[in-house]
Each structure stands twice: as structure tokens, then as C-alpha cells.
Ligand binder design. Sequence first.
Ligand SMILES: Cc1cc2nc3c(=O)[nH]c(=O)nc-3n(C[C@H](O)[C@H](O)[C@H](O)COP(=O)(O)OP(=O)(O)OC[C@H]3O[C@@H](n4cnc5c(N)ncnc54)[C@H](O)[C@@H]3O)c2cc1C
Length: 452
Amino acid sequence: MTAARLRNTGRFLRPANSGSAEYTINNVRELIRLMDPAARTAAPIRPAGAGSSCTGCNSTPAGTVISIAGLDNILNIDTFNNTVSAQGGVRLYRLVEALAEHGLELVGAHELAGRTLGGAIAAPSMGPGIGQRSSCLASRVLNVKLVTPGGKLMKVSAGQKDLMGAVRSSYGLLGVIVEATLRVQPTANFTASHRKLTIDDFCSVVDTLSNNEVGFKFYLLPYRDRVYLDLRRYSESAGHTYRTPWKIKDWGESTVLPNLFKSFNRLLPLHSVRYQVIDTVSEATQGIVNGRFVTTGNNTLAGSSGRNFSRTRNLLYSTWCFPAADFSVVARAYRQFCQQSYANSRYRCDMPAVGYYVHRDRSAFLSPSFDEPMIALQTSSTQASGWEDFVIDLADFAEHWAGVPLFNQTRSLRADYARQVYSVRLDYFRKVRRQLDPEDRLLTPFMAQYFQ
Ligand SMILES: Cc1cc2nc3c(=O)[nH]c(=O)nc-3n(C[C@H](O)[C@H](O)[C@H](O)COP(=O)(O)OP(=O)(O)OC[C@H]3O[C@@H](n4cnc5c(N)ncnc54)[C@H](O)[C@@H]3O)c2cc1C
């Protein structure tokens, strides 16, 4: 007899925020008062940044959500030591702009600049890095201040390796991050070149790319058998960089495409016609906007996209990381999975999947690339009907191909699988969590599945 597996519809994982109180904090003393157990703030308490995660990690059906959006001061930019100190509610684009005035930039191209510094440290914030530099923002954190679940201010520095390793990617379970100091770098220009390939051709070069000093990002269209590859290399001769092409690219990707596709989904009832049009528009956007205009850049320009996060709020997405060494096989299997799933369910994503290379990063216990370099693959769509079933099938596919999930970006993640993947690192993290939060004040039912 085969064991029946209940389908996780995802509904439990994203409960409505109906019964929770919400606070927006403007100063640290106010937060300390709120977190003090004597204040009897309704538990569970969830810290929230910009809310760009797609799981229940930043919300709670009951209890309290604390946003630190009001803690948004940039405290110091040290041009001698190349560091920046800022409060946790600062949006990345403000940080990027302030650094640019001093000829500095974040290490790694961190798009979706509307997210907060606290959220980008507490949850993985990865981007296509160039060379052997880690592309996870939290890996650059030198010290951090948090308000603990017991209502105390705690400072952690990079010298406290184990504790810092737990605080990076701690998903708001160890306390609320109110301030951080990060290592940054002088602005370095790169060239961006573009290739249009079939998926098989992409598979034949992806290993070489992974082993080279090149940063790469790609847009994968499984139903067109097409990959648009964006290759970035640091170069003295990159010459002038221009803001306008990056702005057009951002506008095209985060506003025009999702809105157009939503309209097509409404106006074109015939699947065959609708998807023909959608894929043609996707290809044209990649070919014209990215391929022709965006030829040089730096992390400041690449990191200025997605500042108006509300425009992408309706975009559904789920991200899995796959070992870079296996990706030539995984990409082919992903094409087959998408085609088969469309044939079976008549559901398919309308947006291209976006992928990028993530360097090995051992700076956080819950780093998705702790053991080896990964390729992050973000599957996204504007179509809600059928999405929850699709992401369950996607999770099955990803488990089969040794996918590594992210607790804030992976939909329909099974707790058993997360425990299997993160294993002793998760055990260690849970131990630290229990020490800092013995009363489970920051633990919601959603988080308890993985971290109890
Ligand atoms: C269109 C789109 C593109 C994206 N692209 C990428 C990408 O390229 N790379 C990537 O890594 N991610 C990406 N993401 C996912 C997401 O933006 C990041 O993980 C981001 O770092 C989350 O930041 P946030 O401020 O929105 O935090 P939230 O989503 O609000 O919170 C994330 C987690 O951090 C905790 N948290 C938030 N603030 C604090 C704090 N001050 N102290 C303690 N805990 C806190 C929350 O409790 C929650 O567990 C994308 C999302 C979207 C919608």
C-alpha cells in the first residue's frame, strides 16, 4: 500500500494577519520597552522589514508584528576603513545612494533595493557577485545590535564567530536588529554582456561560467527553450556607466511585464494565444532592453532596482537554490518539469524564472550555500489560480534535485526536508535560539515547524 501524502495547500503557511497588533518603531528605547516581558506585549512577536518575503516568516495570525521602518538613519560612512553603519530600518537604496556619494558601494549586486537592512541581514539577501567574493549581504556584517526577546540591547561583533554566524540569517528569531556596520568597497565598474542561448547550450557552458571570475544572472523561459544570460566582469575599461539603461531595465522587469501579463491573462482566454504573446513579450524585453542597452554598470546601478517594492508586491514567487555543480542537469530537468506540469494541470508561470550564481558562504549557519556554491532559481508568476498546487509540485521537484530552501523565500517547504538539508547547523541554531528566547516569544506556529 502506498502512503498517502496530504497536499499542503500553503494556506496554513500564509495566514491572514487578522488578529495581530502592529507597531512601527521610531526609536530603540521604545522597542526595548515593547520587548520587555514586563510590558506584556502579546506574543508571538514577529519583526518585519519591508515584507518582501513570500512565506509566513514576517507575519503572525495573532500576537504582535513589529516594524522598524522608522529606524532609518544612516549613522556613519567611514571612507578610510570602507565601512557603513546604519539603523535596521534603512532601505537598501538609501544606503546605496549615500555610499555612492563617497565613491563606495555594497559588495555584490543586491536588487530589490526597497528591502530593509535588518531584513537583508536577518534573511538571506543574495545576488550575482563577481569573482570569488561572497554575494550574500550578511557576510559583510562586522557588528550588529539587536534587542533580544528579553528586552535587552545586545551587541554582537564578527569576532564572536558562532554567535554572529547564528545572527546572520536568523529570520528574526534571536531578536530585532536595530543597527549594523558593514564592510563596503570602492565603486568598481563592470561590463555586462548578454547571450541568447537554448537551454541545452546554456547547460554546456554553465560549469565553465561557475568556475570563472565572472558574475552571472539569467532569465530562463522553459516553454521557449531559451536562456538570456547576463555576464558581468570587472573591467578597467568598462568606461562610463549610465543610470538610464538600468532604470529602463528595472521599469520593464518590475512594472511593465507583470502588469502586461496580468492584462493578457484577463483579456486572452485562449491559453495557446495568451502564452504565445506573453513569451514573445518576455523575449523582446530581454533582447532589446537588457541585451542592447545595459552594457556597463556597477553595484550601485544594479542595486538601485526594485526600490518601489509595492510594485512587485503582487508577484508570486518561490526560490530554491541548487548545487552549481549539478545545474547543467537541473536546468534541463526544470524545463521538462515545467512542460509536464503545464500539460497535466494547464498551469504555468507567466514570468521567466530568474537565476544567478551564489558563492559558497560559510558566514551564517543557515546560509544556503554553506557547503558549496549554488545557483538560486526564483520561479515567479502573476497568476494566483493554480499557483499553490504548482509550488507544491515545484517543491517535490526541488527535493529530488537536492534543492536547498530558504525559510523566507521557499513556498510549500516541508519541515522534514528543511531539517534534513540544514541538519546539524539547524540543530545548533535552535540551541542558540532556545538560549536567547527560552519563552518562545518570537516563535509563531509557522516558524515553530522548522525552529522549535
Ligand atoms: C521581486 C522580488 C525579488 C527578490 N529578489 C531577491 C534576490 O535577488 N535575492 C534575495 O536573496 N532575495 C530576494 N528577494 C527576497 C527578499 O526580498 C529578501 O530575502 C529580503 O532580504 C527580505 O527583506 P525585507 O526587508 O523585505 O524583510 P521581510 O520580508 O520583512 O523579513 C524577512 C525576515 O527577516 C526578519 N526581519 C526583518 N527585519 C528584521 C529585523 N530588523 N530584525 C530581525 N529580523 C528581521 C523577519 O522576521 C523575516 O523572518 C526578492 C523578493 C521579491 C519580492
